[in-house]
Design a protein around this ligand. Structure first.
Ligand code: GLP
Length: 261
């Protein structure tokens, strides 16, 4: 795991977008794992800008999102399918058929979860997975006690998650109680992960996720088991990390990061 600290939220999001753009240019058939949430909106803004101004081409890539609420239709403005259409898919040249999210309206949710895993495998696995982090430390909707080897499945949302997402739905009572999410094991199988967290409200959980012991109570700690996970934070979200001097040294000195400095 490595930690990159950028001065502010926009610079952190831009770095994530530039890593994605670099991988996409190197492999136009990239299988990209996508995430939703407020933090990611800035990343998508940068990707859309790069598509418009720097000819970043999405025509051959495929995408798999981490999760979707159970019971929401793709047209529902609160669904993650709607979020993705608005923030990325409609604004770049991606083929709609190459974009995948779990279907929260599937009559047989367990079968839908199995199909989602099978589809990821059929595309050869996920090359680059974007991740956000919930304030309680979940990735996707892998709520506390999610098994570290879990696969795509239905998860009940915790009161903390419901409370956090309440404002987006116009009230906690309107937040769906369940979601389909890639499992921790599904995420650990991806070839590379980029976890983005910004703002001081993420400082505590980022310190636990990066420097704390691995525990199923905080699914983001599982990223310590991932062979190639980069955590990108702004100064505020880095506020409670112990090893910042070392992390800054890596970014300033390792050749891999030279082009991003
Ligand atoms: C939701 C999503 C997560 C996301 C989290 C944080 O719970 N399922 O994938 O990481 O929100 O969102 P935000 O970026 O708005 O803090």
């Amino acid at each position: 795991m490595e930690v990159i600290i950028r001065p502010d939220a926009d610079a952190a999001a831009e770095l994530v977008a530039r890593v994605i753009a670099k991988d996409l240019r190197a492999n136009p058939h990239l299988v990209l794992g996508l995430a939703t949430g407020r933090t990611m909106e800035k990343v998508y803004r940068h990707l859309v800008r790069m598509h418009r101004n720097e000819a970043l081409d999405f025509s051959l890539c495929s995408t798999f999102n981490l999760d979707e609420y159970v019971g929401l239709s793709p047209e529902d403005p609160h669904s993650y399918r709607h979020y993705m259409n608005e923030h990325l898919f409609r604004q770049v040249n991606i083929a709609p058929l190459n974009t995948h999210l779990p279907n929260g309206l599937a009559p047989d949710l367990e079968a839908e979860c199995r199909h989602y895993e099978a589809a990821i495998a059929k595309f050869g696995g996920i090359d680059l997975q974007m991740l956000g982090i919930g304030q309680a430390g979940h990735i996707g909707f892998n709520e506390p006690l999610s098994a570290l080897r879990s696969r795509t499945r239905v998860k009940a949302l915790t009161p903390t998650t419901i409370q956090q997402n309440g404002p987006l739905f116009g009230g906690e009572d309107k937040v769906p109680r369940r979601a389909i999410t890639m499992g921790v094991g599904t995420i650990l199988d991806t070839r590379r992960c980029l976890l983005l967290a910004t703002g001081k409200e993420k400082a505590y959980i980022i310190a636990r996720a990066v420097e704390g012991p691995i525990t199923a109570l905080i699914s983001a700690t599982s990223m310590q088991l991932h062979p190639r996970c980069t955590v990108v934070v702004d100064e505020e979200a880095a506020g409670e990390l112990q090893g910042v001097d070392y992390y800054r040294w890596i970014f300033e000195n390792e050749p891999e990061w030279a082009e991003f400095r």
